[in-house]
Design a protein around this ligand. Structure first.
Ligand SMILES: [Zn+2]
Length: 290
């Protein structure tokens, strides 16, 4: 199987959990490969490996704590910035900076919203406002198929995780001024704010997206086995959301046409070169423009 991020044939067959393993070359897991696949479908309407994308610097993207194996190629192909919660360049989804609003053609928000303080509607609104009207959001977040989101600390205004007798507990500050201690915490991998604050329901995700203005929402049900992207369950599928029908923006289209035109000129120039004519006469060299 070919990894659709780094392009190497480094993904083994499905494991016992029905998931393709991590790429032995770049370390990509299902989540990152699914995001790259969804980005390819959103931009081009077909499945292209990220390493084979054309360079389209007129497209502006914003990552929210993307992993390096995804962020590096995105920086190469697009005008893309990755942001973090705990380091610069930082982005607080509860208070997005006004100068950044309406700037982006795409946002990647992967495994973030389950860690954002309530009310989580602020984060959905921020995602919507950061995008251009024609932009789109690639969202992954753990979700179940029930009706209700399980919000572990729905009314806490602040939370701090601390260790007591070797056990991690969360101390919550509540609107009535009280403090409460919570145990049985769920943490997700990675660094920074990784305490799980909620497990979304599919119903609430759809409703939050609709309230934030995302009128077009689709779930990535169909993967691509050749890229090591398959979903063993209908839970937590990656989501593509936009405020309008998707279309490649005009400057990006112009870049693509320019790039094809340049290649055509190079091919014609090469085909007319005397060295190539000589090579052809000798039955050598590439067959260009024939
Ligand atoms: Zn890879």
């Amino acid at each position: 199987m070919r990894c659709n991020i780094c392009g190497s044939a480094s993904i083994g067959p499905l494991n016992g959990d029905g998931e393709f393993p991590a790429c032995a070359a770049c370390g990509s897991e299902l989540r990152q490969r699914a995001v790259a696949l969804l980005l390819s479908r959103a931009l081009f309407g077909c499945d292209i490996a990220l390493c084979d994308f054309p360079q389209l610097k007129s497209i502006r993207g914003l990552g929210i704590s993307d992993l390096p194996m995804l962020a590096r190629p995105l920086e190469r192909f697009f005008t893309y910035t990755n942001t973090y919660y705990h380091q610069e360049p930082s982005l607080d989804l509860t208070e997005p900076p006004p100068p950044e609003l309406g700037l982006f053609d795409f946002l990647i928000c992967s495994e973030v919203l389950e860690h954002v303080m309530s009310p989580v509607s602020r984060a959905f609104e921020a995602l919507s406002r950061l995008l251009k009207p024609t932009g789109f959001l690639l969202l992954t977040v753990p979700f179940g198929l029930g009706e209700q989101t399980e919000d572990h600390f729905p009314t806490a205004t602040a939370l701090k995780v601390t260790e007591v007798d070797g056990k991690l507990v969360a101390v919550g500050h509540y609107p009535d001024g009280s403090y409460r201690v919570h145990d049985n915490l769920v943490f997700h991998g990675g660094h920074g704010a990784t305490l799980e604050l909620r497990l979304f329901s599919e119903t609430e995700l759809k409703s939050q997206l609709a309230s934030a203005g995302f009128t077009h929402v689709s779930f990535l049900c169909e993967g691509n086995d050749g890229f090591g992207v398959a979903f063993p369950s209908p839970c937590s599928l990656p989501i593509l959301a936009s405020k309008t029908e998707l279309t490649l923006i005009r400057p990006a289209l112009a870049e693509l046409v320019q790039s094809f035109a340049t290649q055509e000129v190079i091919i014609r120039a090469a085909a007319g070169s005397k060295w190539l004519r000589l090579g052809r006469a000798l039955g050598l060299g590439p067959r260009l423009g024939q």
